[in-house]
Design a protein around this ligand. Structure first.
Ligand code: PXL
Length: 281
């Protein structure tokens, strides 16, 4: 039987992100996603016009009904929240459904390119910092890592071409790990020449290089986190999973920029999804 992942994230009509990305990626990797929406949006919030239906009022029913139905998950994977109370809810959900073998992946969605997303305030970020401590692995972008570590993103990235940049980011990641066993997969570490994803695990740092294509795209963080989740549930190491996600996104982005594109619409990943297929035969 397929492994199952409870995916707590929003459902956006446009943006190729969140639940849309997670459902496609996990399914092709042989993992059954069980969707718990945090909000239903016409499109992700980067678009100038969007409408968000906050799903908070319905979320407790999921814990109640899923428990009554004896639901059980191999992973709990959370992402975008519509308000700070939902962060408490996710913590509760993890407490209710976590078994010793459960993978808890928290994607601490908050911000990108140095800017908070429009639905996020400081108090939500403070709660997400606490939620991250419950995870086995988190998948922040560099902006989110800086928020988790109380570091100034502008200051950190102003050092991006110095020889000690990667060491500096390693130290920032270590400050978030503290003496826990948390793993951190960080996306979007940019230098003049390349963009890297990093993996920080048990005091080790590894970096995975990609070419730069000039723009960031909606949904790539969600595709990344979903591949890492699927990889880990398929028995890949964190390093193998991050490598797989990095290589996949590099190919997808290289293809996306061959045609007219918009950052808000997201990437041409659908035609590449088959490459993530993991056969269980
Ligand atoms: O991919 C991050 C994300 C997820 N969900 C919504 C968003 C964003 C980023 O803007 O707006 C609704």
């Amino acid at each position: 039987m397929n492994k199952t992942a409870a995916v707590i994230n929003d459902l956006s009509g446009f943006g190729k992100c969140s639940l849309c990305a997670a459902i496609g990626v996990l399914s092709v990797m042989g993992v059954s996603p069980c969707a718990l929406p945090t909000a239903i949006l016409t499109n992700q919030t980067g678009y100038q016009n969007h409408y968000s239906f906050d799903f908070s009022g319905n979320m407790p029913k999921y814990i109640e009904m899923w428990k009554k139905n004896n639901a059980s998950f191999d992973a709990v994977y959370s992402g975008y929240v519509a308000n700070k109370e939902q962060v408490d809810f996710i913590g509760e959900f993890i407490d209710e459904f976590r078994k010793p073998s459960t993978l808890v992946l928290v994607d601490p969605v908050m911000a990108d390119n140095g800017r908070l997303y429009s639905a996020y305030g400081k108090d939500t970020c403070e709660k997400i910092k606490e939620l991250a401590k419950k995870a086995d692995i988190i998948t922040p972008n560099l902006t989110e890592l800086c928020i988790l570590a109380d570091e100034d993103y502008e200051l950190v990235t102003s050092n991006s071409n110095s020889p000690d940049y990667f060491q500096q980011i390693g130290k920032i990641a270590s400050s978030v790990v503290g003496d826990s066993s948390l793993k951190i997969a960080v996306t979007g570490i940019k230098t003049d020449k390349f963009i890297y994803n990093g993996l920080f695990e048990r005091g080790n740092a590894e970096f995975f290089k990609s070419n730069i294509y000039g723009t960031s795209f909606s949904g790539t963080g969600d595709i990344f986190a979903s591949i890492v989740c699927g990889g880990l549930l398929n028995g890949l190491s964190a390093s193998q999973s991050v490598q797989k996600a990095t290589a996949f996104l590099e190919e997808v982005i290289a293809d996306t920029v061959k045609e007219p594109y918009t950052s808000n619409y997201g990437v041409n990943y659908e035609k590449f999804l088959h490459k993530l297929h993991i056969s269980k035969e």
